[in-house]
Design a protein around this ligand. Sequence first.
Ligand code: ARG
Length: 458
Amino acid sequence: TKQKLWGGRFTGKTDPLMHEFNQSLRYDQRMWAADIAGSIAYAKALNLAGILTKDEQEKIVQGLTAVGQEWEQGFDIQPDDEDIHTANERRLSELIGPLGGKLHTGRSRNDQVATDMRLWLLTEIKHVVRGLKGLIRVMVERADKEKDILLPGYTHLQRGQPIRWSHLLLSHAFSFRADLERLSQLIPRISVLPLGCGALAGNPFVVDREFLAKELGFSSVAENSLYGVGDRDFIVEFMMWASLAMTHVSRMAEDLIIYSTAEFGFVTLSDAYSTGSSIMPQKKNPDSLELLRGKSGRVFGDMAGFLMTLKGLPSTYNKDLQEDKEPLFDSYDTVSASFKIAEGVIATMEVHAEKMREALTMDVLATDLADYLVRKGIPFRETHHISGRAVALAESRKCQLNDLSLEDYKQLSDKFSEDVQSVFDFEASVERRESIGGTSRKMIERQVSVLRTALEQM
Ligand code: ARG
């Protein structure tokens, strides 16, 4: 029977369940390309360090390239392949013979795995960026087209003030823009090369780590080998990032779930992103949005679980660190899918402008009524009170604010005149919010252009 890579000092066999328990190839095989790339760079560095001849280096690189091709076409996994590193090394030696055994000189799986993880994440983050940009883009395009639609803006889920529908949509887009920015800020901290740290103490063959960093596209090298092999903060940071991004996805989903109820009726999801009930024939449920909301919990769990794994570990490598992979991959997969689904939902949902309009009752102009009196010279604290009394009066008469007569208004304040009727205009109300960040048409256009520029630049 074949020897385990580390089998020299062992006489007894591994318990079969322990073998299973220890095996990570099932999930770490998705880093095969990073593992091969790291090994190719390392073979070159070993040549520069005088450990491999040029000819040996070339044979190893050819062998590694062939192993990579096998992964593309269906790698033949052997029962004793413990992880992606041992699988690749085993196969390399099968292809090129004992020379394959020179590749691991001065290297450990400890610096190797840390390198693979970072390299994998650096590559995959580009897809996350693309997905997030796609989502922001559909939101911006929709917002640009639907500027005419007004609805009540809510606080405490109670009608507050009229806003443009685009303003609400863009509010979520701005959260996502911040996520895009935060994601790019993680990159320099992921891009720190562990390769050449060895098992823990450093590389005794004096490989040129700056050469390795350049070859692999890292922006810096880990300056301390113990740190290099033991640090997984970049994984935590990515999952923290994913948790926050999913919080934004979830809050947006929650808005849309509420708006898609019959009680609101502001939006209808397309059939493509809804599902039905097995018993209630009339049901069309917003499952896509509920899953987006639900999956945020899953990503927080990935993050919290791994932090718990990390927090008590002694320095450098401990096998507990193998538990970094599943949560990282899971949160990566979950955010990636979530951005795509959210993009699809937003792109295809129907917006019911008339329903939003119906929800605009005159009371949402009570702030504007107070502001009207402010413009006539009364301090806001007083005008707030006066407007509140107008609301109470309308409520007691079961009418709207604009149904009160001028005499009614004059009773409340002698500053009211004919032109009070001009307050009862939703369009005029949103148009008054024209300083930066407001809901006026011009400020929506500004937001659209700010986001478009960000999409081009990030
Ligand atoms: N599969 C291991 C992991 O993912 C690779 C590193 C193993 N190192 C070791 N010293 N056993 O963490």
